[in-house]
Design a protein around this ligand. Structure first.
Ligand SMILES: C[S@@+](CC[C@H](N)C(=O)[O-])C[C@H]1O[C@@H](n2cnc3c(N)ncnc32)[C@H](O)[C@@H]1O
Length: 284
């Protein structure tokens, strides 16, 4: 029997309020990015996180910070060492990255994109603070749309085909079953082939069966799935499997980064347990 997959993913959007609130709490975002709903969800999750940290050495916020700061570091590298001057952050939610990078690199073109309701909310937020201009824009996109106004081709239509580009998705991949997300990566690699140099940065949570807390992790991802009224499948059993999947989707070079190996440069504690998250840098 073929697995049934959801045809839309609007159920994921509320989770952006939680992560947005985490960025704010850790001084990565200005107060405008924190919402009352995000604060409320954070309050509900706090006892669970506290128990997981004390009982099992697992801290959700550590894993969120690991992915966020390592993606930031790889983005800085792409800008400073490979001359990237355009960034597209898909599934941007309430991420403050566009705001922070535009402050640091005023010459950067930064396009944020999300499903229409979140895109409208983000545009209103940034515009209300006077942070939008012709270099920092927000558009709507649906990574599941194969054509039409919400598709990747429509999102990329007005980008400069002569300049290096970075595309980011954060907090998106594990909400989708593997065939759906690999189909998105294949379409993305095809669109990126038009640029002289393109880097895709994302994070994912692999199926680390050898992790000492695997049973608790399975319980945790089941809970995330139920809270977001979808699922939270873990993809790939090893870093080699991840790299192989990205290559099959059309990326020529793939690095799979373990944030724990970069703790010192990211200014993060080492953590009692092996990290659950990997950051992927895939280039065309
Ligand atoms: C967990 S949030 C992550 C937000 C942000 N990247 C962060 O790390 O804080 C997931 C985001 O994915 C967006 N999303 C869900 N389905 C999507 C789709 N089909 N196309 C584009 N974005 C989508 C949601 O609206 C939401 O903003």
């Amino acid at each position: 029997m073929t697995e049934r997959v959801r045809a839309d993913s609007a159920h994921i959007t509320p989770s952006a309020h939680y992560t947005g609130y985490v960025w704010f709490r850790h001084q990565l975002a200005e107060p405008a990015f924190a919402t009352a709903f995000g604060r409320w969800v954070h309050g509900c999750v706090t006892p669970i996180n506290w128990g997981a940290r004390l009982g099992f050495g697992l801290d959700i916020e550590d894993f969120l910070l690991q992915r966020h700061l390592l993606i930031d570091a790889q983005l800085r590298q792409a800008i400073e060492q490979r001359g990237a001057t355009q960034v597209v952050e898909i599934a941007c939610g309430l991420s403050p990255r566009g705001r922070r990078f535009r402050q640091r690199y005023p010459q950067l073109d930064y396009l944020e994109a999300d499903l229409p309701p979140m895109a409208a909310r983000k545009a209103a937020l940034l515009d209300g603070q006077g942070w939008l201009d012709e270099r920092h824009r927000v558009r709507s996109v649906d990574i599941l749309a194969e054509d039409g106004p919400q598709s990747l081709s429509a999102l990329f239509a007005n980008l400069d085909r002569k300049r290096p580009l970075v595309v980011i998705t954060e907090g998106l991949v594990n909400y989708f079953q593997r065939p759906l997300i690999e189909d998105f990566w294949t379409r993305l690699a095809r669109v990126l082939a038009d640029f002289p140099q393109a880097t895709y940065l994302t994070e994912l949570y692999p199926d680390l069966r050898e992790h000492p807390r695997y049973r608790q992790i399975r319980w945790g991802v089941g809970l995330i799935g139920r809270l977001t009224r979808g699922g939270y499948p873990l993809h790939y059993r090893s870093e080699a499997e991840i790299a192989e999947a990205f290559r099959r989707c059309g990326f020529a070079a793939v690095d799979v980064l373990n944030p724990q190996e970069h703790s010192a440069e990211l200014g993060l504690a080492q953590g009692r347990m092996p990290s659950l998250v990997r950051v992927i840098e895939a280039r065309t």
